[in-house]
Design a protein around this ligand. Sequence first.
Ligand code: IN0
Length: 413
Amino acid sequence: MGRVCVILKHPDDIYPLMKLKIAARHAEKQIPPEPHWAFCYSMLHKVSRSFALVIQQLPAELRNAVCIFYLVLRALDTVEDDTSIPTDVKVPILTAFHHHIYDCDWHFSCGAKDYKVLMDQFHLVSTAFLELGKSYQEAIEDITKRMGAGMAKFICKEVETIDDYDEYCHYVAGLVGLGLSKLFHASGSEDLASDYLSNSMGLFLQKTNIIRDYLEDINEIPKSCMFWPREIWRKYVNKLEDLKYEENSEKAVQCLNNMVTNALMHVEDCLKYMAALRDPSIFRFCAIPQIMAIGTLALCYNNIEVFRGVVKMRRGLTAKVIDRTKMMADVYGAFFDFSCLLKSKVNKSDPNATRTLSRLEAVQKTCRDSGVLNNRKSYIVRSEPRYNSALIVMLFIVLSIIFAYLNAKRPNN
Ligand code: IN0
């Protein structure tokens, strides 16, 4: 569907989209003057546009620590993902990465495009890292050490069981949760969250990415690692790539629904983690990716398109999430809405239907029991367009401008 059609179908996306664009322009202009910090922030904007915006809203000291943490993790990821690096070269780099971040002379060229620039100029990230407070440095070092070792462990390992899947997701995303909780605590704004809940926050995001990216990962040349656990997909097909073939569509969707049901297991922990946050900017930073994740799962569930192309939340809906997420009531509202959407898509004949429904009902109960579900705008799309007051006001403004322009051009008589 073309952009104009999408906008016509969702006219109430226009206002949040415009707001997001203005905020993004503003954020891009706020690059610090010091060359190493300027590099870090412009890199952050390049590798993650909407996420960079939310990082930008954090208090200054914490914002710098999160920015560096994010870039260090991206660099570690770039090494892990580069299939052209032989294993015997890759392993020592991954396992010693926590030392490299202290060394402004260290350099290893790999990756492509923006990631190659990140690796080539990594000394600028190290320079900025060395200016962070000691407690921020120690948190980043500890997580980098554990994640590098975990990535090295999984280089030649297939994801066989659901336990392997949870372990892999712990290394690449759960540890990010543990690290962020430490950074929030170090900033003095939050209590230290439990490792268990921090881990769940990362697992929920990462499992959603793994589900959404099936086709991209399976079609990658040279072949990349696949993270769908054999214990799940072997119930439906003989080989993981069989899921993408049309003749296996029914099995593929059942397998997909099984993966979504597995990811839903973490939702209640995530809600508990977010409910305990106190600082509004830290809260938004954590809540926006979580709402995007449940929205993406709702879009992917029972959707054969996951095996045919890219399934992503439309930009307008992302803009709405960024615009509307201010407090816990907004999170409960969003999780409730997307659980309703998910529930409406569950087919009674699906092998996991009972398990899926009971997870969704548990999520809805948590949201309902919060007592704050009233008085909110829904995220669930109606089939016919809603020409709401915002659109009418916009139309009125556009017509007024045209009318004023035509009037000004009329010759005076
Ligand atoms: C993240 C996470 C993230 C944010 C907030 C709290 C978290 C708590 C635990 C674990 C991770 C948490 O969020 C980003 C979101 C992101 O990058 N979004 C992309 C969109 C997309 O589709 O990928 C964007 O461009 O906006 C995230 O996905 N990860 C991440 C990485 C580092 C940090 Cl510091 C925080 C990656 C991952 C693998 C899920 C942990």
